[in-house]
Design a protein around this ligand. Structure first.
Ligand SMILES: [Fe+2]
Ligand SMILES: [Fe+2]
Length: 250
């Protein structure tokens, strides 16, 4: 396996590892994002077993020990499995996650005390970069789920939202909603819940210019329209699931 590095927005880099054995023949990507600044931040740690791949990829951009912030969308192996490896590699780094995630997992699991982020909290990274944490509980999954929005570039690091197969592009202006709907049909990874459409539509109000997908290409274009279309699809799925459940009730 190799890890590709590309700049998807000014000062924001995507480290992408393609695994052809997952959902063949299309395969599947695991992507980390690095936001440069006086205090560089990585969003997603990557799997613990991919740590050396990602460390080597990061070292093509900055010395890994310069990392200051380690953040991710929710507590799961691909999102944060290598957190303690990064904390060891970058002695100045702090893990940052939402209050629920810190309370439930990180206060125990992280080798150094994490920074707890409330909904809307901003981390100033310097050189004009600032990232805002937005709570998205149970969306697409995980009680502790959240996303990060880099305000100067309008980049939404949206974690597992829009998850899709394949590895044909680093950055696309094409459709990311249709492939996400197809992947949801295959994996059924989202935790359908009544607030889901509302949660995703609230992200659309940010009007992001770039969507940084954890599993799939990054998207450049009308992020609000893509998020609204994804919200509509979640609403449709929820209605169908409720109708199914009502029909199956004794
Ligand atoms: Fe996940
Ligand atoms: Fe993921």
């Amino acid at each position: 396996m190799e890890t590709r590095v590309s700049e998807i927005a000014d000062g924001i880099y995507r480290l992408s590892t393609y695994v052809p054995d997952i959902a063949p023949p299309a395969g599947f990507t695991f992507n980390q994002f690095v936001v440069l600044g006086d205090e560089p931040l990585m969003f997603h740690t990557g799997l613990r077993k991919m740590f050396s791949l990602n460390r080597d990829a990061l070292s093509r951009i900055i010395p890994p020990e310069r990392l200051r912030w380690i953040a991710f969308g929710h507590f799961e192996a691909d999102e944060c499995g290598a957190m303690n490896e990064w904390l060891a590699a970058a002695p100045q780094a702090t893990a940052a996650h939402g209050r629920v995630g810190c309370m439930v997992s990180l206060n125990d699991f992280a080798d150094r005390t994490p920074r707890e982020l409330s909904d809307g909290d901003v981390i100033e990274l310097g050189r004009g970069k600032r990232v805002r944490f937005i709570d998205t509980p149970h969306t697409p999954h995980g009680w502790d789920a959240g996303v990060l929005y880099e305000e100067s570039t309008g980049t939404l690091m949206c974690g597992d939202l829009f998850t899709q197969l394949g590895n044909d592009r680093d950055l696309t202006e094409g459709d990311v909603v249709g492939p996400a709907i197809a992947a949801e049909d295959i994996f059924k990874y989202s935790c359908l819940n009544p607030r889901m459409g509302m949660t995703v539509r609230a992200l659309a109000k940010l009007a992001p210019r770039t969507l940084a997908l954890m599993h799939g290409p990054s998207f450049s274009g009308d992020g609000a329209a893509a998020l609204r279309a994804l919200a509509d699809d979640y609403d449709r799925r929820l209605s169908e699931a409720l109708a199914d459940a009502a029909g199956a009730a004794p």
